[in-house]
Design a protein around this ligand. Structure first.
Ligand SMILES: [Mg+2]
Length: 260
């Protein structure tokens, strides 16, 4: 196994780097190894209910002091990047948390209750009937509809909770419209990272624990894909998946053997 051509690693977080509040084997050493080799990395998450500060604080609890927030890429950043290319100061009707509203405002988006240019759906833990119904009214009138990510549920320590993908289904049932979606398994977040880091596809690998999100996204974007078995996927699941990873490792610890 030769990773000498890979200059940039995109890492999934839960199930790959940590599980809940616990670092997974080899996680700390992986960061040290790639830094020593002059390679770089970022973390990737679909969850648009929190901004990158939430994750730097989580990483601090696990022993990473002053983790740079620009190394955490959320689906909301990719959404902002693409929408601002279409319109630098769009009027947006947003279904999202206060944290997501602040991210949009910092990007010079205008959050409006009427006449929006775009309707954007995030992981909105403050969603009400009034909000989702208003979104449907705009979409029905032809306002372009976007969503940060398609996850039906979000895993929490108390079990799964309803996430943006389920709200997409509700809006689709009401309006017949399906949004353009930016998070995994769609490739836009990787394209955003390639542009931001000025790296080429051949130089980039994604490491993740899910075939139908992390590996699917990497395949669609045309980068190297690495599955780790520390999260959701069992070895026997691989053969039945339409998404075949380029490499499979038991954990980041095993990858470390090839990074020295
Ligand atoms: Mg994961």
């Amino acid at each position: 196994m030769d990773f000498s051509a890979i200059r940039f690693f995109i890492l999934d977080m839960d199930g790959t780097f940590y599980l809940g509040e616990q670092l997974l084997p080899g996680a700390q050493e992986f960061i040290k190894n790639i830094s020593e080799q002059g390679k770089d990395f970022c973390f990737l998450t679909n969850n648009s209910s929190h901004n990158s500060t939430f994750y730097t604080q989580k990483l601090r609890r696990m022993g990473f002091q002053d983790f740079p927030s620009h190394k955490i890429i959320t689906s909301s950043q990719a959404t902002i990047f693409y929408l601002s290319q279409m319109n630098p100061h769009p009027r947006v009707y947003l279904l999202g948390t206060r944290e997501l509203e602040i991210e949009f405002l910092q990007a010079n988006f205008i959050l409006v209750q009427k006449d929006p240019d775009f309707v954007v759906l995030g992981f909105d833990t403050s969603l009400t009937y009034q909000k989702i119904n208003q979104a449907c009214q705009f979409i029905r009138k032809g306002v372009p509809f976007f969503a940060t990510h398609p996850d039906l549920n979000c895993p929490t320590e108390e079990g799964p909770v309803i996430d943006a993908g389920s709200f997409i289904k509700a809006i689709e049932a009401s309006t017949g419209q399906f949004p353009k979606v930016f998070g995994k398994p769609y490739p836009e977040m990787i394209e955003y990272i390639l542009q931001r880091t000025k790296t080429k596809k051949e130089e980039v690998a994604i490491i993740g624990d899910r075939l139908y999100t992390d590996i699917a996204m990497g395949k669609k974007a045309g980068i190297t894909t690495i599955l780790v078995l520390t999260g959701e996927t069992k070895e026997e699941d691989i053969k039945n998946s339409p998404w075949q990873p380029d490499f499979v490792f038991t954990s980041l610890e095993e990858i470390n053997n090839y990074l020295k």
